[in-house]
Design a protein around this ligand. Sequence first.
Ligand code: UD1
Length: 429
Amino acid sequence: MQYVIKGGSPLVGDVVIGGAKNAALGILAAAIMSDEDVVIENLPDVRDINVLLEAIEGIGAAVCRLDPHTVRINGSAINTIRVNDDYIKRIRASYYLLGALLGKYRRAEVSLPGGCNIGSRPIDQHLKGFRGLGARAEVDHGMVVASADHLSGGHIYLDVVSVGATINIMLAAALADGNTILENAAKEPHIVDVANMLNSMGANIKGAGTDIIRIRGVQRLHGTVYSIIPDQIEAGTFMFAAAVTRGDVTVKNVIPKHLEAISAKLIEMGCEVVEFDDAVRVVCKSRLRHTHVKTLPYPGFPTDMQPQISVALSVAEGTSMVTESIFENRFKYVDELARMGADIKVEGNVAVINGVSRLTGADVSAPDLRAGAALVLAGLGAEGYTVVDETKYILRGYERFDEKLRSLGADIEQAEDEKDVRRLKLEAV
Ligand code: UD1
């Protein structure tokens, strides 16, 4: 599927942000750790989530979608600790089932994770964490196998700040015997959300959101009803959509504190950002100004917003430098952006962006989830038509992306094939 975008209209209006995908992935894995009903609300209806739900169902848990954004999970009938579905290889967060199953059943076998190709993405810190809890953890014939005769609390120091390893270790340690201290933990809002959710099931986790997390293992986890936090990256993407199109957008149902790094950059770039209790308004009236940015673990500027800010800087006045310090392969969209007239040179993990006065529409292809969304923003701000191919990546993490953009006045349509693309272009002439 492709998006056909006619650029040039400023985005104006309100948009409601959904639940955080990356929190939801950890929370769904946590849900199977109880034998009682767990109800998850504010679930984003996106592909990665639906794939993980299929995997959870595949191991025997009961999954009942009460509505598109609410699911009831019961893990009492899980009949295997082996997760080896072709689907699951495509999503990164399948590995959260390792921590969840290891904690609950003391053994887990999960296919090596897939996900976006944005770097080498090793899992050594996850394995180190499981070993720190007394488990054996190895990669064997494409499967990660973790098992423990006795899962016990431990003192674990992460060598790199890893969101995935932090969540995985919290999951397993929640049901280990004794106390775990996890140092150099990631501090992202979704870490706190997964910890809060586990605590609502009876876990005893303290310090999530700081770099030392203390987990006192409990015997069992009970049922809960839990609502997921809003998606920081979806919100940030719409905030940058406002900037790129010189629009006026209010993102609603957000936690402004989680967006501070994003808001700060938009202000530096000349936008007006107004914070409300649970909304943020971004107004951009004139040409954006250049700035420098480096991606960092939270509370730094998120790597998942790097392509979006780079698109905005590609039409900003002056020269900007974007340093990617989390994933080494996250500039793959730059060649696509160059087709639209952007002037960007990548040297190692730094992109030097000379702002041009405007981008022009072209046929481009989404290389991964966030870069795909960024190319859509580029199309919205460009002159003429842009066709973004490989939108399947975008659907992994954005719910009704085109529909939400249309509600803000964007001219964006879905096309099934080339014929459709030609028809949409002709209709608009
Ligand atoms: C998560 C997010 C992803 C986001 C990233 C950083 C999910 C499903 N995905 O990915 O959208 O871009 O956080 O905010 O939540 N590393 C190791 N060894 C490990 C694990 C990680 O060296 O065992 C390195 C990675 O290569 C990377 C850095 O640590 O350089 C951060 O990765 P990590 O925080 O683990 O990212 P993910 O959890 O995969």
